[in-house]
Design a protein around this ligand. Structure first.
Ligand code: HEM
Length: 453
């Protein structure tokens, strides 16, 4: 049953990814024709639709991994909990997108939906926590690092998600600095918490592909886990450089944010060098997605280091450099690792993909990543140009500023279309494979049951 739920989560995640990238391209088109599309396609709706669909892609796909990779337990109520967990998250996600479509807002940036919809999300994570506990209860052996990552990911999601709603209390809402500091702190930790879920699954896959049971128990791997946890708790300081907070917070954030990506990159690099040619070929697709993620880790590390320098952050904050960082990491690292996880889960539990599907997924991987490189450079170019134009002429009108950035936006939208095409080449064969295999397996099981009865 865990497996059915795991694939249900993953397939739903892929559908949200599909929706997310379609909204993304509409956002790109809006950049090019803001006046013409202001009423038909308001950016105030497109942006939250895109970002929320993408967040749900990450959550569904990451949680799917947990259901597939945690030890199974067989009680019937566990399956029921899993289904409730899935339904609560699905209801919240579709209601949230529905609210944005119909123009019902009421939250804060990134969670712009009416706060009441936060309840099913929180409840779904509580059910995930219970399922995690039940899976691990009888497991007496010392935990590898990935299980600690999953556990802390679930706990910190709940804590920081609750924290992101502290603005409902007047004590926080009535002070701008306090409100923003808590808001951005909780967002930093929230991202850190789903990174824990994703990186935990990435580590699990690395262990299984290499067949080396010690790798997830090595001191270097555990040090990465602790560093990730430290980042999750303290790296948020780089989101609030522009607020009048204690310098200690800024410096801690700066030092801490330098470290995590580097260690994750090092672990994947080490793992790749330990894999024999035969093992790489056997698991070609997950291996290639992991390699893509590794390249993006180092590219993003470079920009993250520059952006975290307080003197530079003052200029780049609120420009497209931040968007480049956010999308570079969520597409290049999170999405690549999650796609590696889905490819691994498909081959391990459902069988080998046809060679035609593998060819499409490979093409999509290359095409998507080359497009992403152009996309990322265009966003960085737009951000740096914006910072320079605003420094030279602080009173420049917004319309004129956007006009000057248009060449970058054309590159951004065209390469965005390339990412969409690349991802569609990956998503469609994977979804098709999951659906046909699952239906086939279910029919075989039904036949067996009928024969026995
Ligand atoms: C897997 C694919 C994608 C992921 C994970 C992703 C993720 C994100 C994230 C996290 C943000 C918020 C950025 C921030 O607040 O700084 C964002 C914003 C945005 N994305 Fe994407 N994105 C994806 C694909 C695309 C594509 C293909 C396009 C097409 C051009 C696109 C266009 C946009 C636009 C226009 C914004 C709003 C930027 C702004 O606030 O001005 N995205 N995306």
């Amino acid at each position: 049953m865990n497996r059915h739920i795991g694939f249900l989560f993953m397939a739903t995640g892929l559908l949200f990814l599909l929706a997310g990238i379609m909204f993304g391209i509409l956002g790109g088109v809006f950049y090019l024709f803001p006046q013409e599309l202001r009423d038909a396609l308001p950016f105030t709706k497109i942006r939250p639709l895109h970002v929320s669909a993408i967040v749900f892609w990450i959550l569904f796909a990451a949680i799917g991994g947990l259901y597939l990779y945690l030890p199974k337990y067989k009680k019937k109520h566990s399956a029921r909990l899993g289904i409730w967990h899935y339904l609560l998250l699905l209801i919240a996600a579709t209601a949230i997108l529905g609210c944005y479509f119909t123009g019902i807002f009421g939250g804060r940036e990134y969670w712009e939906f009416p706060p009441i919809l936060a309840l099913p999300i929180a409840a779904s994570f509580i059910l995930l926590g219970i399922n995690f506990y039940k899976s691990m209860r009888k497991n007496k052996e010392p935990w590898p690092a990935y299980r600690w990552m999953w556990l802390t990911g679930i706990i910190f999601f709940l804590l920081s998600f609750t924290e992101s709603y502290l603005w409902l209390i007047p004590y926080f809402r009535d002070s701008l600095v306090r409100d923003m500091a808590v808001q951005w702190k909780s967002y930093g930790s929230l991202v850190g918490s789903w990174n824990m879920l994703i990186n935990g699954s990435a580590l699990f896959i690395m262990e299984k592909l290499s067949g080396d049971r010690t790798m997830a128990r090595k001191p270097l791997t555990f040090s990465m886990f602790f560093l990730g946890l430290f980042n999750l708790m303290f790296n948020w300081g780089h989101h609030i450089y522009s607020l009048p907070v204690n310098d200690f917070i800024r410096y801690t954030a700066y030092i801490v944010s330098m470290t995590e990506l580097l260690i994750l990159g090092k672990i994947i690099l080490n793992w790749r060098s330990t894999l024999s040619e035969a093992k790489r070929n056997k698991h070609l697709l997950p291996f290639r997605f992991m390699t893509a993620a590794d390249i993006w880790i180092f590219l993003n590390l470079f920009t993250a280091i520059l952006m975290s320098v307080p003197a530079l952050n003052l200029y780049t904050h609120g420009t497209h450099v931040t968007v480049a960082h956010a999308m570079g990491t969520t597409i290049g690292i999170n999405t690549m690792l999650l796609l590696a996880s889905i490819c691994y889960a498909c081959t391990r539990f459902l069988g080998k993909l046809s060679s035609k599907s593998i060819r499409w997924v490979n093409k999509g991987l290359y095409f998507g990543n080359i497009s992403l490189l152009v996309f990322w450079l265009a966003l960085l170019g737009a951000g740096i140009s914006k910072a320079m134009l605003q420094t030279q002429n602080p009173s420049i009108a917004h319309g004129l500023l956007m006009q000057q950035l248009k060449p970058w936006f054309i590159g951004f939208t065209l390469s965005g279309a390339g990412i969409v095409a690349g991802l569609v080449m990956v998503i469609v064969p994977l979804l098709h494979f999951m659906i046909t295999k699952k239906i086939k397996l279910n029919t075989q099981t039904a036949h067996k049951l009928l024969q026995h009865s």
